[in-house]
Design a protein around this ligand. Structure first.
Ligand code: NAD
Ligand code: UDP
Length: 344
């Protein structure tokens, strides 16, 4: 794999995938996008082209469609795959577990089968800090117990296990399992960002809409956690830092001999947290957003959201050590870029 390598990006039209496509192009890679547009819009291609000056190849296909995926591998000499495609709404996964397991797990099975058939064995998978469930302590290290609390999180853990089994069966694979903390913000151009449909579930898109006046006030879910101000603490990571983490992981896997990609955990998939390594409370996010927008964010403290943990943030030292990567954009930049995108 060289800098000109073709990287298949599943889910590349989505929030994180589109930013990763921009980061890959900036690093000299050639992304090929496959996305069924179930949670995104093809217009993101125009925006990627406006940012990078180039238009990546795009296939509006479902990753579970083995015939379509095979045709893409026949058309492009794919060197590695980053697998973002998946459904990600926790509440929806509780209501529709079969759809979640089908989409997330079957897309991975089909993808790996087609990759193997074409001797493509370098894969990066979008996992999540949700696999840790309620951690025994913070910061969360990669060797902490894994205990997801909902079907979405369990689908992520199952896929991690499936990819671990694949590595055992054939150590020619180089696999990266990247556990993301809370991705927020947008590309500095304001051209690509997060556009959730309907009323947002996540804090930052919700706060953006309150700042814009389309939602009246923020419900702060819980003011009685054992945190300095009583509100929940999370590890927010700028989506461009996260995108660049994928480029670093790709380069790391490339530098490893097949069969050894697990770093100091020994042979196995590479497992790393991608987070900033520090937490901010809901009220700290509100204040940072007020500063970035020069607007007031009205809020009301309400009861805790079922299933929420009080504090979650990463031990980000493994990513720093192995990938030579760390975040460079702070909470102010996350808020400013999220707002810039909202205004555009
Ligand atoms: P997103 O919904 O914006 O992007 C996912 C993309 O995948 C969408 O464009 C969607 O249309 C596409 N897709 C879904 N199923 C598909 C299928 N079967 N075939 C083809 N395309 C399909 O979500 P995102 O926030 O960019 O998340 C990307 C990945 O990162 C997901 O796997 C998600 O679970 C994971 N992740 C996200 C977060 C987060 O907070 N955003 C945190 C941890 C992990
Ligand atoms: N949160 C909140 N109000 C909202 C959305 C989220 O108070 O409308 C809180 C939530 O309880 C958590 C933090 O903001 O403490 C981040 O929540 P989000 O849903 O963005 O991410 P999570 O870490 O739950 O995946």
């Amino acid at each position: 794999m060289t800098q000109n390598s073709n990287i298949l990006v599943t889910g590349g039209a989505g929030f994180i995938g589109s930013h990763a496509v921009v980061a890959l192009m900036k690093a000299g890679f050639t992304p090929v996008i496959v996305d069924n547009l179930s949670n995104s819009d093809a217009s993101v291609l125009d925006r990627i082209e406006a940012i990078t000056g180039r238009r990546p190849a795009f296939y509006p296909e479902d990753v579970r469609n083995e015939v379509a995926l095979t045709a893409i591998f026949k058309t492009h000499a794919i060197d590695a795959v980053i697998h973002f495609a998946g459904l990600k709404a926790v509440g929806e996964s509780v209501a529709e577990p079969l759809r979640y397991y089908d989409n997330n797990i079957n897309s991975t099975l089909v993808l790996c089968r087609v990759m193997a058939a074409h001797q493509v064995k370098t894969l990066i998978f979008s996992s999540s800090a949700t696999v840790y469930g309620d951690p025994p302590s913070v910061p969360i290290r990669e060797d902490f117990p894994l205990a997801p609390t909902n079907p979405y999180g369990r689908s992520k853990l199952m896929i991690e296990q499936i990819l671990g089994d694949l590595f055992v069966a054939d150590s020619g694979w180089k696999i990266g399992l990247l556990r993301y903390f809370n991705p927020v913000g947008a590309h500095e151009s304001g051209l690509i960002g997060e556009t959730p449909q309907g009323i947002p579930n996540n804090l930052m898109p919700y706060v953006s809409r309150v700042a814009a006046g389309t939602l009246e006030y923020l419900n702060v879910f819980g003011g009685d956690y054992s945190t300095p101000d009583g509100t929940g603490v999370r590890d927010y990571i700028h989506v461009m830092d996260l995108a660049e983490g994928h480029v670093a992981a790709l380069k790391y896997l490339e530098s490893q001999h097949a069969g050894t990609s697990g770093g100091d955990f020994g042979p196995g998939p590479l497992i790393v947290n991608l987070g900033a390594g520090r937490g901010y409370s809901v009220l700290e996010v509100v204040r940072a957003f007020e500063k970035a927008t020069n607007r007031q964010i009205p809020f009301r403290i309400t009861s805790r959201r079922p299933g929420d943990v009080g504090v979650s943030y990463a031990d980000a030292s493994r990513a720093r050590r192995l990938l030579n990567w760390q975040t460079t954009r702070n909470l102010d930049a996350m808020c400013a870029d999220a707002w810039h995108f909202m205004l555009k």
